[in-house]
Ligand binder design. Structure first.
Ligand code: ZN
Length: 140
């Protein structure tokens, strides 16, 4: 694992929380993106080498909606950057961690992602993410 790529924070109202983080950090977010497969709208703030990812549910089926119902707003997951997500998934399985998917999935911010179940990770939802290589001519 390379570094903390971002910290995911579950929020009820993205506009409200975006404004809060803008005032807290002193600058704007650099990106807002809907991830339809996960039923979330995300907004990213850079903080040094890492990021803050705000997550708002876009439907009642969203994991963020049930998280907020159970625990309220707050830190939802910690994401680690990895060089090769498939290798790390294999390594973690061997170490006894339960992964939430068998294959990496397309996440927000141009990443392949996989989550580690919090019950096998000391109560913390862990996300692995690998930057998807861009080819010249790809759409951003
Ligand atoms: Zn994340």
């Amino acid at each position: 694992m390379d570094k903390i790529e971002h910290i995911g924070i579950a929020v009820k109202d993205l506009a409200h929380s975006s404004d809060l983080y803008k005032r807290l950090l002193g600058y704007q977010s650099y990106k807002t993106e809907e991830v339809k497969s996960e039923n979330v709208i995300t907004e990213f703030f850079k903080i040094g080498e890492s990021k803050i990812e705000l997550l708002q549910a876009s439907s009642d089926e969203s994991a963020i909606a049930s998280f907020i119902e159970k625990k309220g707003e707050g830190i939802h997951h910690i994401a680690f950057a990895v060089e090769n997500i498939v290798d790390e998934m294999t390594r973690l399985k061997t170490e006894g961690f339960q992964l939430l998917s068998d294959e990496p999935k397309r996440g927000a911010d141009n990443k392949l992602v996989c989550f580690v179940h919090p019950k096998t990770a000391g109560g913390v939802l862990i996300e692995l993410c690998q930057e998807i290589a861009r080819n010249p001519g790809d759409n951003p």
